[in-house]
Design a protein around this ligand. Structure first.
Ligand SMILES: CC(C)(COP(=O)(O)OP(=O)(O)OC[C@H]1O[C@@H](n2cnc3c(N)ncnc32)[C@H](O)[C@@H]1OP(=O)(O)O)[C@@H](O)C(=O)NCCC(=O)NCCS
Length: 407
């Protein structure tokens, strides 16, 4: 059957996509097809997929599924053209070619050819460019492998969620390809900026820090900045700066706010970090247990890696926001890896702290009805028990000065 590959709208039906997909994917079709390389789209070839698997430590089931996905696309000119289109929009289009915010499907959208591997392959298509980037900067293959291991982590997560070996979090893997994210052992580090609504003061002599939020914010009896529906306010924060002094509610060592304000003399304290200044965001991939020594080793590596390979990136802190940083977890499980992880950082309360991510990460579903939540692990039991008592969970923040070692 003759197909007019130059008219995207004629392909909507054969691709099996819906009106949302038509809206999402039609932009730039004419331009992307001008550079379509014919039968030999390099990132759909067996060798390319094998190399991805080797670098990421992908397990056999995942590799077989990805090879099958690539083959299905290779064997269809229409799907090959669509995969090329996604690659072009994501990785090749220049700003003057137009603005193409995302190639990736939203949940519920019909998938071209029913083949989700297509988005993973298009996302990872810049592998040759990435390898060159590492090589020009002198970054080792080991770091490349550690970083790309997230493909295995998210393929495993896809299997847990759908029963199929497929990576669904391709948006995330785009960071690895730009690249703006590197895994150094157990932890990942991403270039970023300080965007938190809390002031960080540092003692001019020594490294003591004090975290103080702005004024007029509702705080729970436990010292969290309210973020859960139904959570009651126990007090409001105060904040003022006058006559060289700052007064506000400080975070304590557990990362929750004190009801009693403190007064810092700016002769002794300085505002350490301003909104928008460079930081390294820390991420904790799923997978191996979160052993304290592994995290400490990762941080040690970061202290030498970034100044060596990215001397131009003068980061002022390593910071992280996560459900893992809820101090309530350490209260319940003081001897756990989770508690040990928290001890490595200065903890602070984030704005609108909620238990959404706790539910997502502990039960796999942020909206799960609590009576139906799985009860296999100690943590699942604790999370449920705490909620059943009418209490709440809260994500928290962590902060570390460059080179600092706590815990
Ligand atoms: C981070 C992570 C590796 C920590 O796991 P860990 O090292 O096993 O943690 P601990 O040893 O402190 O766990 C204590 C208990 O909590 C359980 N637990 C830990 N993380 C859990 C999770 N995400 N879901 C359910 N139970 C969990 C453990 O199984 C253990 O219970 P058990 O003794 O009955 O087996 C794990 O939570 C994980 O893989 N999370 C996904 C990634 C993530 O959340 N990243 C942060 C994103 S911001």
């Amino acid at each position: 059957m003759f197909m007019n590959f130059h008219d995207f709208f004629a392909l909507v039906e054969p691709l099996g996509i819906d009106s949302a997909g038509r809206e999402r994917w039609h932009g730039g079709w004419g331009q992307s097809q001008e550079s379509f390389p014919g039968q030999g789209v390099y990132f759909l070839q067996e060798d390319f997929v094998n190399e991805l698997a080797e670098l990421s430590g992908m397990q056999e089931d995942g590799l077989i599924a990805l090879q099958q996905g690539a083959r299905q696309i290779r064997e269809s000119e229409m799907l090959s053209r669509f995969a090329w289109h996604c690659h072009w929009r994501l990785n090749l289009a220049a700003p003057e070619d137009g603005f193409f915010p995302s190639i990736l499907p939203e949940p519920g959208m019909a998938i071209p050819g029913g083949n989700r591997h297509l988005f993973t392959l298009a996302t990872l298509a810049p592998l040759p460019r990435l390898k060159k980037y590492y090589s020009v900067r002198g970054i080792s293959r080991q770091v490349l492998c550690e970083t790309l291991h997230d493909l295995q982590v998210w393929t495993e997560a896809g299997f847990q969620k759908t029963g199929q070996w497929v990576c669904l979090n391709n948006n995330w893997l785009h960071n690895h390809m730009i690249p703006n994210l590197f895994a150094l052992g157990r932890l990942e580090f991403q270039f970023g900026q300080w965007h938190h609504s809390i002031q960080v003061y540092k003692k001019r002599q020594g490294d003591q820090l004090c975290f103080i939020p702005g004024g007029n914010q509702a705080v729970s009896a436990d010292g969290f900045r309210l973020g859960n529906p139904g959570e009651q306010s126990a007090f409001m924060t105060v904040f003022h700066e006058e006559n060289g002094q700052v007064t506000g509610n400080p975070a304590n060592i557990a990362g929750t706010l004190e009801r009693q304000p403190v007064c810092l003399d700016l002769k002794d304290w300085e505002l350490y970090i301003k909104f928008g200044e460079p930081v390294l965001h820390l991420h904790i991939p799923a997978g191996a247990p979160l052993r304290k020594e592994d995290c400490q080793a990762s941080l040690q590596r970061a202290w030498t890696f970034f100044p060596k390979y990215f001397p131009e990136f003068k980061f002022k802190a390593v910071c992280c926001t996560s459900w893992l940083l809820d101090p309530t977890l350490s209260g319940y499980l003081p001897a756990s890896n989770l508690a040990a992880f928290q001890s490595l950082f200065h903890l602070y309360p984030i704005a609108e702290a909620s238990g959404w991510q706790t539910m997502q990460r502990v039960f796999g579903d942020p909206d799960i009805e609590i009576s139906k939540a799985p009860q296999k692990t100690t943590l699942q039991k604790i999370v449920k028990e705490h909620l059943m008592k009418g209490r709440f969970w809260h994500s928290g923040g962590a902060f570390l000065l460059p080179g600092e070692s706590l815990g």
